[in-house]
Ligand binder design. Structure first.
Ligand SMILES: [Zn+2]
Length: 310
């Protein structure tokens, strides 16, 4: 998340009076509504949240991450950048450390199994070899046997942050190439095996094709805790918003208390309001939208009709 991103959020929440950022496109069919499943369908399955920045997942998919964990999934967090540009008044070095500590806190609060930091420079991913990022992801997908990924939509429109779309493109390519025996076969000598990622939850800041809506009412408290754990970034958003308001001769009292209280007020105004608006489109209290790509069942019918026991 960068300055311009939270100004968009603030605008979307009506805080600045500016026009709201682009709405979602209309897919051909109504999206599938995914609700809490008490039968632990995620047991034995593995997901990886892969984002350039710490706060991307908590903000756009926090309720869904909590839902998958509640349903038995084992979760990993792969943070692609070092988040060196996202603080209010720290130096670059201090910012790297503060966000690294916050990332550790997020992993602990969420109950994720482990975090991998790829540590590429923040705001500079378009200058990194996409092949290099892809190979590192393929290695991790094979090592961790990742079934499901959550990441930015590589086909989301009007994304201005290169960190977001470079990460998304690397994730999408790595998902299927990790199943190919001719891609990086030297990894097999280290004990890895081909492994396909079969499910993808793609989120976007701008317009995207939405075909999956997750009811996050039951996991809203967990989502709040995840966003709260991104303390350095939230503090940056609040203080920068306050600077902007001050320049316009305004203030919001709720953003002026203790840092914790101000951060909570901002999270509610910017992010929970967004989730509430999304939910209201589908008759839900709070929701998150995705472009979801599931396992390929195109041959199931033929296999059922023609397969023999051997
Ligand atoms: Zn971001």
């Amino acid at each position: 998340m960068v300055r311009r991103e939270f100004f968009k959020m603030a605008a979307a929440a009506g805080l600045t009076g500016a026009a709201q950022a682009g709405a979602q496109t209309s897919p051909a069919e109504p999206p599938v509504i995914e609700r809490a499943n008490p039968n632990q369908p995620g047991k034995g399955k593995v997901f990886a949240l892969i984002t350039p920045h710490l706060d991307d997942g908590p903000i756009f998919a926090g309720g869904t991450i909590a839902k998958l964990l509640n349903e038995g999934y084992t979760g990993y967090f792969i943070r692609v950048s070092n988040d060196e540009k996202d603080s209010y008044n720290l130096t670059l070095g201090e910012t790297v450390l503060a966000n690294e500590q916050d990332a550790a806190h997020f992993v602990e609060v969420a109950g994720l199994k482990k975090r991998y930091d790829l540590h590429y420079r923040n705001h500079g991913l378009d200058d990194v070899s996409r092949m290099e990022i892809r190979v590192r992801l393929i290695f991790l997908f094979r090592l961790l046997k990742v079934d499901t990924v959550l990441s930015y939509d590589p086909w989301g429109h009007y994304e201005e942050n290169p960190d977001h779309y470079v990460t998304a493109q690397a994730v999408e390519a790595a998902c299927w190439m990790s199943a190919d025996h001719l891609d990086f076969p030297e990894q097999f000598d280290a004990g890895l095996k081909v492994h396909a990622v079969s499910e993808k939850y793609y989120f976007a800041r701008g317009p995207q094709m939405v075909n999956r809506v997750v009811d996050i009412g039951p996991t809203l408290k967990q989502k709040l805790a995840y966003i709260r754990s991104c303390r350095t970034m939230m503090t940056n958003m609040v203080r920068s918003t306050n600077d902007s308001l001050t320049a316009q001769g305004m203030r919001i009292p709720a953003f002026s208390g203790t840092q914790e209280a101000a951060n909570d007020a901002f999270i509610e105004a910017a992010f929970l309001e967004r989730d509430k608006r999304i939910g209201s489109k589908y008759g839900l209290e709070y929701a998150e939208e995705f472009h979801y790509i599931g396992p390929d069942h195109s041959l199931d019918g033929y296999i059922k009709a023609h397969a023999e026991r051997i």
